[in-house]
Ligand binder design. Structure first.
Ligand SMILES: [Zn+2]
Ligand SMILES: [Zn+2]
Length: 761
């Protein structure tokens, strides 16, 4: 370079922060530099990516701008910091070897759906990866589910046992190739392979195991399919016989099955899709999306009995693309387990599902972490997560307050997910499940250890639920023995805090927190609560009238018990729904609800929904929590209905009294009013009473923000009606978006509360 050229050249040092490693960012920088005639270098270091760039000032400015605006699909650039440095006259552009040492290396990203370029190769008979079920590249493929430790390099993944062939290695080493440093890179020569097995393990002879499996599915067989985060059970969804067989072998009476379809056109045949649903279905996270079933959809009734929605997902691995395309019919794709056990993910666990499947489509790439499919639906135009797991985990969620020390949230007992946090970053975990046995408790222990290693975070404080009997609380006590400091967080406060924090807020706000059951510090079971507060603290300003839960937990499985409790308390006549319950049984439960023997008092909104659903005869017993309420919501007349009276006592404490509502429902039943109308009226009533109470609480507290959360707000109709009413009253409504309103958000909320309280101390 001449002296004159150096005068007009500019050199900058550029720091790029965010998720920029393991996502093809350096090759992107390299190509951009080549296009703009920029000299210099790029490297990965412990913070992210560092670039030095030299060239004509206009080109350097354009280069710096495009570093964020044109970043590759899986990158998430949070900041680009540009600083001028002396011109050196360097020629050419280089990718410099990574600098190791220092703190955390490349963050592990979530698994990502197969990209369009890979799909084109999958379909191209001339391509060396034609129909190869494990093809991937830097822009797509497995990540979290194959990672065993850090640094995120092939030896630390479950691809370690596969030595790349020369062709794959050449791609891996070429900065201009789409597979440059793609850790799971593989091809039919060197990578994982599928096998189709009979029960008992004998191999089915077939040239193409996937095609043979597809033929089996078309013939009505039930297959176990090893996927990305665990085993699924699959069968054709349009066959009553196959679906009924799967349901009976799996011993899963009521819960709906998810469906896999080839593409969004196939999804449109089955369900009503708005633009938001279509975008969510096609997102690279590929959750199961719940959407309203179309009349005449070719899906067996046994897929989703009693609910008007179907859970649909699009293929997210090449294997799923092949199965969906080869069969050409919607497939049931449900977790590979028996009833409430965790989904099987280790090959040794196949025995657990041996009696369910006729054949097994397996492969030899191990799964590092069991990761269930995520589930979401669209409410009021935005996604509402019901389960945040595969595709989303382990992406971090910001905290509005920095943790003074590294924190762990142990989560709740149901729908458990834990959460690790350091600084303003929190990492909510994959779905662990209901921690009611040793296996799930062990999954929690293993999961936490894995996250601590992945993010190089060693927590000093463990935040936990106040419920002394939760196994997640016992886990926190185990950690206390290991030297961590315990920090108890009330369950509904955690719901409020989680919702505020994910929106970047700290409060104060009014929170209407409605869920099944949660430990209340006053000795009752909470679940229909009005709180005022923020991350650092709360006050309980309102609640539902309490009723006894006859037999405790049994009242969750048998909603008629909650109905009995309310009707006994009110001395109300019995509706016809209870005609079949034997008198001595009814009398026993009625007497429990009077004496309180083994029957704690609860202000739970979830249990009130159960009682109303039972009174209307929707369901006296359930096979999963919330089933009666879900089916009751499903029945609601879309035309709506007049609300019932639902008086509230607004003294120091706002107390919502559902007794007059229940009496009016009994009168409606007696008068022959259809349950569709009663359901619509009841939803309208709950939304009206809740919003009125929130308005009073907000005025008293001088705040204008209302949080709606808790598992009951998975109810789309209730959430929509309540939020609309609050907005009409001029209040700002926050509901969970990134994390579920159910107990899946508790651990993140625990961490947010602990961060705020410790920071203030
Ligand atoms: Zn790809
Ligand atoms: Zn290869």
């Amino acid at each position: 370079m001449t002296d004159q050229a150096q005068d007009t050249a500019r050199r900058v040092s550029v720091r790029v922060d965010g998720t920029v490693q393991g996502v093809g960012y350096r090759p992107f920088v390299y190509r951009l530099a080549a296009e703009l005639g920029i000299a210099g270098w790029v490297l990965n270091d412990e913070r992210g990516v560092l670039v030095e760039a030299e060239g004509p000032p206009d080109a350097v400015a354009a280069f710096a701008e495009r570093l964020s605006s044109e970043a590759p699909p899986l990158a998430d650039v949070t900041a680009v910091t540009v600083e001028d440095v002396p011109v050196t006259g360097e020629a050419g552009f280089r990718i410099v070897a990574s600098v190791r040492g220092g703190a955390a290396t490349a963050p592990v990203t979530p698994d990502s759906a197969t990209c369009d370029e890979c799909l084109a190769e999958l379909d191209d008979p001339a391509d060396r990866r034609h129909r190869y079920p494990f093809l991937n590249c830097t822009n797509c493929g497995p990540r979290f589910t194959i990672v065993r430790g850090i640094p995120y390099d092939r030896p630390m993944t479950t691809m370690a046992g596969f030595q790349m062939c020369d062709a794959c290695q050449a791609e891996y080493d070429d900065p201009l190739d789409r597979r440059f440093h793609a850790q799971p890179n593989a091809c039919p020569v060197c990578g994982p392979k599928v096998r189709l097995l009979e029960r008992g393990g004998a191999r089915v002879e077939a040239d193409d195991g996937v095609r043979a499996a597809a033929d089996d599915l078309l013939a009505g067989k039930i297959l176990a399919v090893k996927g990305l985060g665990g085993y699924h059970l699959a069968c054709r969804a349009d066959s009553e016989e196959a679906v009924a067989a799967l349901r009976s072998r799996k011993r899963r009476e009521g819960r709906p099955f998810a469906l896999l379809v080839a593409d969004v056109d196939a999804a449109r045949e089955l369900v009503e899709l708005g633009p938001e649903e279509e975008a969510l279905l096609q997102s690279r996270e590929r959750p199961i999306v719940l959407a309203t079933r179309k009349a005449g959809a070719a899906v067996a009734a046994a897929v989703a009995p009693g609910v008007p929605e179907l859970g649909i997902m699009l293929p997210y691995t090449p294997l799923h693309h092949l199965l969906a395309n080869d069969t050409g019919v919607p497939l049931v794709l449900t977790s590979g387990n028996v009833s409430d056990e965790p989904i099987a993910f280790l090959d040794e666990e196949l025995a657990r599902i041996e009696t369910i499947a006729d054949r097994f489509l397996v492969h030899d790439r191990p799964i590092a972490t069991r990761t269930d499919d995520s589930v979401a639906r669209i409410v009021r135009g935005v996604p509402l997560m019901l389960r945040r797991s595969r595709g989303y985990v382990p992406a971090s969620v910001e905290l509005p307050i920095a943790c003074p020390v590294a924190l762990l949230g142990a989560g709740a007992e149901q729908k458990n997910a834990f959460c690790l946090a350091s600084g303003t970053r929190a990492w909510p975990s994959h779905h662990i499940g209901d921690i009611k046995n040793y296996e799930t408790l062990q999954s929690l222990r293993d999961g936490v250890a894995h996250f601590e290693a992945l993010f190089e975070v060693t927590p000093e404080v463990v935040a936990h639920d106040l419920h002394p009997d939760y196994l997640s609380t016992r886990y926190a006590l185990e950690r206390e023995e290991g030297g961590l400091v315990l920090h108890g967080v009330q369950h509904h406060h955690a719901h409020l805090a989680a919702t505020l924090a994910e929106h970047g807020e700290t409060g104060p706000a009014v929170g209407a927190i409605y869920d099944g059951t949660g430990f209340g510090p006053d000795g009752t079971i909470w679940g229909g609560e009005l709180l005022v507060g923020g991350l650092a603290g709360y006050e309980r300003v309102g609640r539902l009238v309490t009723a006894k839960m006859p037999g405790g937990e049994r009242a969750i499985a048998e909603p008629w018990r909650m109905a009995c409790s309310w009707l006994t308390q009110m001395r109300a006549p019995l509706p016809p729904a209870f005609a079949d319950i034997a008198q001595p049984r009814w009398n026993m439960v009625a007497s429990m609800s009077m004496t309180g023997m083994g029957s704690p008092a609860t202000s739970s909104a979830g249990r009130l929904f159960d009682a109303v659903a039972a009174i209307c005869g929707v369901r006296l017993e359930v096979t999963y929590e919330g089933q009666a309420a879900i089916e009751f919501e499903a029945l609601a007349d879309p035309a709506g209905g007049e609300p019932y009276t639902f008086p509230m006592e607004a003294k120091e404490m706002i107390v919502l009294n559902p007794r007059p509502t229940l009496m009016a429902i009994l009168a409606d039943i007696k008068a022959g009013v259809p349950v569709e109308t009663i359901s619509a009226r009841f939803h309208q009533t709950m939304a009206g009473a809740t919003s009125e109470a929130c308005v009073i609480a907000a005025e008293r507290a001088g705040v204008d923000v209302v949080v709606l959360s808790g598992g009951v707000f998975q109810n789309k109709l209730l959430l929509r009606l309540t939020a609309d009413a609050l907005e009409d009253a001029g209040l700002r409504v926050l509901s969970p978006r990134l994390l579920p309103p159910n107990d899946g958000q508790i651990a993140y909320g625990q961490v947010a509360v602990a961060a705020a309280q410790l920071a203030g101390a």
